[in-house]
Write a protein that binds this ligand. Sequence first.
Ligand code: FAD
Length: 308
Amino acid sequence: MHIREKLAQKEAAGEPGISFEFFPPKTAQGVQNLYDRMDRMANLGPGFIDITWGAGGRLSELTCEMVGVAQSVYGLETCMHLTCTDMGQEKVDQALAAAYKAGCTNILALRGDPPRDKETWEAADGNFRYAKDLKYGNHFDIGVGGYPEGADDNDDVDQLIDHLKEKVDAGSSFIITQMFYDAENFIEWVKKCRAKGITIPIIPGIMPIQTYAAFIRRSNWTKTRVPPQWMEALEPVKNDDAAVRDIGKHLIAEMCRKLMASGLNHLHFYTMNLAQATRLVLEELGLAPSDDSPIQRPLPWRPSLALG
Ligand code: FAD
C-alpha cells in the first residue's frame, strides 16, 4: 500500500502512526540478526519500515533483498531508499524493477551522500543531479528528505525549503526529515514549509538515544542543535549507558509529545538497527502494544496475488 494512503487512514482514525528505518548490515550474521530484530519490531506495529541505500550503490543489492524479505516474510510495508549517487538510468531502472518484484510500492528519492572516496557530490548521469530528477510510474509512492536545520552542503534553511517545494511539485507525496532534537525549532520549520505551500505530510525523523558517545557523535556529524537542558541532563551520567537510555527516553518522548500536540501524528524512528531505545520511547509514549491492545500483523505479501 502507498504510504500516503497509510498516513491518510491513520489521520482519519485520529490515531498516531510510527515507522522504522533500518540499514543493510555489513556481514551475513548482521543481516540475520537484523531480520530477527525486524520480525520482533513488527510487533510494535509500524505503518512501514524503510531501508537505506548505500552511498555510491554499495550494498544496494542487499537493500533490494531486505525490502523483499521484510515485505514477503514479515508482512511489513516497505519503503526503499534510492539515491542518484553514481546511478545512471539503467541502474535506476534495475533498482526499481527489484523493488517492484519485491512488492514494494514506496520509494524515498534522494540525491544521496557522496561516495566514501569523494569529498563532494558529482552527478554520474546528466539527468540525475537532484532528488527531484528521479522519475517513476504510478506504481510507486514517492517520498523525499527534508532538512529542518540545514543539510551537509547547504546551511541556508530557507533555500532548502524552496528546493523542498520543487521536490514536492515534482510529485512527491510525503517528506521524511533529518534527525533533530529541538522540537520548537522543528515546529517553526513546519510552519515555514506550510507557508511556502508545502501541504503534503511531513514525517519527523526521530533518533532515540542509545549511548552518550553515539548521541554526541551523531549530533556533531549532522550539526544538529542540542537544547542546553539535554546536555545538562545527559552529561553527568555519560558513563552509565542504562541511565543515559532512561533519561534519553524521557527527553525524546517529551519531544515527540510536543510534535504530536502540534498536529504531527506520525513518528519515524532511526533505529540504527537496534530495538531497545526505540521500544523504550514507544512504551513511554504509550504507543507500544499491550495485552489490552495487541497488534494485528498483516499477512505477508505474495507475488502471485500482486502480479496475477
Ligand atoms: P536534494 O534535495 O536533491 O538536495 C541536494 C543539494 O542540492 C542541497 O544542497 C540542495 O539545496 C541542492 N539543490 C536541490 N535542488 C536544487 C536546485 N534546483 N538548484 C540548486 N541546488 C539545488 N543518503 C544516502 O546515501 N542513502 C540513504 O539511504 C539516505 N537516506 C536518507 C533519508 C532521509 C530521511 C534523509 C533526510 C537523508 C538521507 N540521506 C541518505 C542523506 C541524503 O542523501 C543527503 O543528505 C544528500 O546530501 C541530500 O539528499 P536529498 O535528496 O535530500 O537532496
